[in-house]
Design a protein around this ligand. Structure first.
Ligand code: KIV
Length: 265
């Protein structure tokens, strides 16, 4: 089976074909997600919350990310695998390079993702000039939860919206080849997607972006506590996990997910 690569994803954006992304942290969900046709697997530091039971992603460390990325890569046959750089693993460009190298060499990731706008431009340039493909992450930045005072929609304020668009362009200019946009109004997300060539993958960012990502436990309705409003329980009404994952991929491809009730204005 031919593995999806960054060119495949860029071509999908150019054709207006939606990209289906899910998080995965282990071999079993990787096999199921790939059978369902998921294009990209994100080994997210959300594992700190849904696997480890922390109340934020901050405690996740590099050894844990390498371990989970290797579990996913070992099982993966077709998806493009992106691994998150955890909190404080990319505080300087040099530290980022060393840690990103681990995610690729030991973990088998094809790309690394890091949170942040303008302050990360130099780091993104440092990585991409040294053959480390980068996915940027703007909007709600879960690793900054204590600075932000909670998990809140970003970009409703016009200055913040302009900064998000400018940051997306600056990160692309520095070499980023994908962007995750989290919890921003749908109109702003659509503007960002038009402003950059790289595929923009939304989570709580409306339907007018190039693809969608959800935390796999959220979309199976098995996350403890209240499911975020931008997510949907795809297992409900299905006869099992495999058909729930296929329903997610079909809904993303058809532009039926996210619906209005999963979208911020
Ligand atoms: O850690 C993660 O799973 C993520 C997604 C929520 C985009 O960054």
């Amino acid at each position: 089976m031919k593995r999806i690569n960054i060119n495949t994803l860029q071509e999908m954006k150019a054709r207006g074909e939606k990209i289906a992304v899910l998080t995965s942290y282990d071999a079993s969900f990787t096999l199921l997600a790939e059978d369902a046709g998921v294009d990209v697997l994100l080994v997210g530091d959300s594992l700190g919350m849904v696997v480890q039971g922390h109340d934020s992603t901050l405690p996740v460390n590099m050894d844990q990310m390498v371990y989970h990325t290797a579990n996913v890569s070992r099982a993966s046959r077709s998806a493009f695998v992106i691994a998150d750089m955890p909190f404080m693993s990319h505080a300087t460009p040099g530290q980022a390079l060393q840690n990103a190298g681990r995610l690729m060499k030991e973990g088998g990731a094809q790309m690394v993702k890091l949170e942040g706008g303008a302050p990360q431009v130099e780091t993104v340039r440092h990585l991409t000039q040294r053959a480390v493909p980068v996915c940027a992450h703007l909007g709600l930045l879960p690793q900054s939860v204590h600075q932000l005072g909670g998990y809140k929609v970003r970009g409703r304020d016009p200055h913040e919206a302009t900064a998000i668009i400018e940051d997306a362009c600056a990160l692309e200019e520095a070499g980023a080849q994908m962007l995750v946009l989290e919890c921003v109004p749908a109109l702003l997300a659509a503007e960002v997607s038009k402003a950059v060539r790289m595929p923009v993958i939304g989570i709580g960012a409306g339907a007018q972006v190039d693809g969608q990502v959800l935390v796999i436990y959220d979309m199976l309705g098995i996350t403890a506590g209240q499911r975020p409003s931008f997510s949907r329980d795809f297992l409900s009404g299905q006869d099992g996990v495999q058909s729930a994952l296929a329903a997610y991929v079909a809904a993303v491809r058809a532009g039926e997910f996210p619906a209005d009730e999963n979208t911020y204005s």
